[in-house]
Design a protein around this ligand. Structure first.
Ligand code: NAD
Length: 499
């Protein structure tokens, strides 16, 4: 897309890119600082947004606090009213999906077909979690012997939730977090990744348009480290929902323990997801699935398949197919239907990935099967890159690169050895196995300690199945009932009925 067309697409959008949405209104930041938003396809600046101050964060949290403790959303709205508001919001998003798609694709560099799938999921998520809003249930506990007490539990929303998001799936991750929190009756202060704030701004515009959410229920703050830190440190936040890197996640956990009240925290962090190709796998099909499992979103995917085990019996045959599948991916303007892989998000990530490719060649001494170079001569493009015969302990085999780089490990002979090696991984987010051997599949799915295990596929997520990690991949669960339950707290009521 040319610079002029991009600029027109952005400037024609009916939301305020220069202000933030707080307490049901678009307001100016109290500071002067701004940051540029880029189109990673071309590295051109496409918008300028405010970099919020600690004062802005304080206003947003206070608005969410007042809306929760004194406003109608958590105190007067029934579950059915919240359900209806979320269903109306889903319909509003759907009616504007053309604009959201173009905005998301330009801001992330993601192929338009992938953006459509992301938006389908986001819309479905609002409907899915709307369905829970009117089904908040407690338990009646039978009285103990010789006691005249009745006991029962009541589930209540946890309160003000501060959300801090990664840049990589702006719309989907927003829906993962905001839909269950609002369904539960919480109020929200939301900070998107600093690289990709535009669809969050547009979402705020749409939510505002429905008129169904009282002021202060959903608030946005924009910026980077300092803004995230101010949100984590704020004493009036009841829960932090964080998605990002392990290093930042650990810092967030430490910070949340230093506020006046300890608070519930969920952290969805990085991964280095293994895949296993068994000797009976359909090699052609599996090669395509492995490449899309790794290269989707240019590898900037927490559950990307980046560490591949291939059985010795099929190793060389499979390498040929893998190379062909990687080289068949079409790189090009993300808004074209033919594009299968986009660029990295920004210069920092682009340089980080090129550095890992250098490490793979020079330090890990791995053989390059394909790729390894910048692509298209513009923006932040890097070729789909595959290394083979990588040691399982090499840096490119163990560290999260967050780019289109696949490390195929040295051939394996026994699935037991694979499972033993994976138990030593610092991550436990996702994994996959390609086989029709049910014993091998059962052994893998039962013994591996990670949050999502795919069989004969890699990447598809359902809104209805929980998603999250073990070990350094984090704790807490997104999606499914488990996620909704994470925004509820339990009270126990004990009533002496003989009084
Ligand atoms: P990041 O850790 O650099 O930033 C994440 C967010 O934290 C950003 O909004 C950032 O502004 C904010 N932040 C930075 N410092 C902070 C601080 N001191 N206090 C509070 N907030 C702070 O991560 P990223 O580069 O945006 O995202 C990539 C990472 O996210 C990868 O590791 C990826 O695996 C992970 N991720 C995980 C999931 C999951 O569900 N497990 C999903 C998407 C991304």
């Amino acid at each position: 897309m040319s610079a002029a067309v991009t600029a027109a697409a952005i400037s024609g959008l009916p939301f305020d890119k220069g202000r933030i949405y707080v307490d049901g209104a678009w307001v100016e930041s109290t500071g002067d600082a701004t940051s540029n938003v880029e189109n990673p396809d071309t590295a051109e600046v496409i918008a300028t947004v405010p970099e919020c101050t600690a004062e802005d964060v304080d206003s947003a949290v206070r608005a969410a606090h007042a809306a929760f403790y004194d406003g109608p959303w958590a105190n007067e709205f029934s579950g059915a009213q919240r359900r209806d508001a979320l269903i109306a919001l889903a319909a509003t998003i759907e009616a504007s999906r053309g604009q959201l798609e173009i905005l998301e694709s330009i801001n992330t560099g993601k192929p338009i077909a992938d953006v459509r799938a992301e938006l389908d999921d986001a819309i479905d998520l609002f409907r899915h979690f709307a369905g829970f809003a009117d089904k908040v249930e407690g338990r009646h506990i039978a009285p103990q012997a010789n006691r005249s007490f009745e006991g029962y539990t009541v589930k209540v929303p946890v309160g003000v939730v501060g959300f801090i998001n990664a840049f990589n799936y702006p719309l989907c991750l927003l829906a993962w977090k905001v839909a269950p929190a609002l369904a539960a009756g919480c109020t929200v202060v939301f900070k998107p990744g600093p690289q990709t704030p535009l669809t969050t701004q547009y979402f705020a515009h749409l939510l505002d348009e429905t008129g169904l959410f009282p002021p202060g229920v959903f608030n946005v703050v924009l910026g980077g480290v300092a803004v995230g830190q101010a949100l984590v440190d704020h004493d009036l936040v009841d829960k932090i929902g964080f998605t990002g890197s392990v290093a930042t996640g650990k810092h967030v956990i430490r910070s949340t323990a230093s506020t006046r009240n300890v608070r519930s925290t969920s952290v969805e962090l990085g991964g280095k997801s293994p895949g296993v190709v068994m000797p009976d796998a359909d090699l052609d099909k599996t090669a395509r699935l492995v490449i899309s499992g790794c290269m989707a979103n240019a590898g900037m995917n927490c559950n990307a398949l980046t560490r591949l085990w291939v059985h010795r019996d099929v190793y060389d045959d499979f390498m040929a197919r893998l190379k062909a599948a990687a080289e068949a991916l079409t790189l090009g303007t993300p808004q074209l239907e033919s594009t299968a892989m986009g660029p990295l998000i920004d210069r920092r990530q682009y340089e980080r990935v090129l550095e890992y490719i250098r490490v793979g060649r020079d330090e890990d001494c791995a053989a390059l099967l394909t790729g390894g170079e910048p692509a298209l001569g513009r923006g932040y493009w890097i070729q789909p890159t595959v290394f083979r015969n990588v040691s399982p302990t090499a840096r490119i085999a163990t560290e999260e690169i967050f780019g289109p780089v696949l490390s195929v490990l040295e051939p394996f002979d026994s699935l037991d050895d694979v499972i033993a090696a994976e138990r030593r991984s610092e991550y436990g987010l996702a994994a996959s196995i390609f086989s029709r051997n049910h014993q091998a599949i059962a052994q893998f799915t039962r013994r591996l300690r990670c949050g999502t295990i795919w069989v004969n596929t890699h990447n598809p997520l359902f809104s209805y199945l929980p998603f999250g990690g073990f070990r350094n991949s984090g704790f807490g669960r997104e999606l499914g009932y488990e996620s909704f339950d994470g925004y509820l707290a339990t009270k126990s009521i004990i009533d002496d009925i003989t009084y």
